[in-house]
Design a protein around this ligand. Structure first.
Ligand code: DQA
Length: 143
């Protein structure tokens, strides 16, 4: 199985960014843990961008029938989750299933984080389990 993790804005700063909320592990370090945990079962590709349009372009590219096929997308669009109709439309436009992931429990935070424009177009949303949210998303695709 081949999965892609797409992280949106500011998630390149994991490890140093608001550690009380997001922990003190960088995503690159965590990715190594994920890759060794799932190595015999999942090929994991990682993409991060701070730019809304680049995330949309990546979703289109993955969906291209002439490109190597992915079995699923794990998307943490960061703050764009709460603002981006364009990313929501891109998810609706592609065939590959998307699982929405958040590290923090967005429902325990500010009211503006309680709304996700993306959720309705995703198979499901996982929020609040720290970096383990990504493990849970991988487990969904595996099972
Ligand atoms: C986040 C939650 C968002 O509200 C926030 O803007 C992020 C990270 C999370 O993983 O908890 O950048 O998506």
């Amino acid at each position: 199985m081949k999965l892609i993790i797409i992280n949106g804005p500011n998630l390149n700063l994991l490890g140093t960014r608001e550690p009380n909320t997001y922990g003190s592990t960088s995503f690159e370090t965590y990715l190594q843990t994920l890759q060794s945990t799932y190595k015999s079962r999942v090929e994991l590709v990682y993409y991060q961008s701070n730019v809304e349009g680049e995330i949309i372009n990546k979703l289109h590219e993955i969906n291209d029938k002439n490109k190597p096929k992915f079995d699923g997308i794990i998307l943490n669009a960061g703050a764009y989750s709460h603002t981006s109709l364009a990313i929501a439309d891109a998810i609706a436009a592609i065939e590959i299933k998307v699982v929405e992931v958040h590290i923090s429990n967005v429902f325990a935070r500010e009211a503006y984080r309680h709304i996700s424009f993306l959720s309705k177009n995703c198979v499901g949303s996982i929020t609040g389990f720290g970096l383990k949210s990504y493990d849970l998303a991988i487990d969904y695709f595996l099972k």
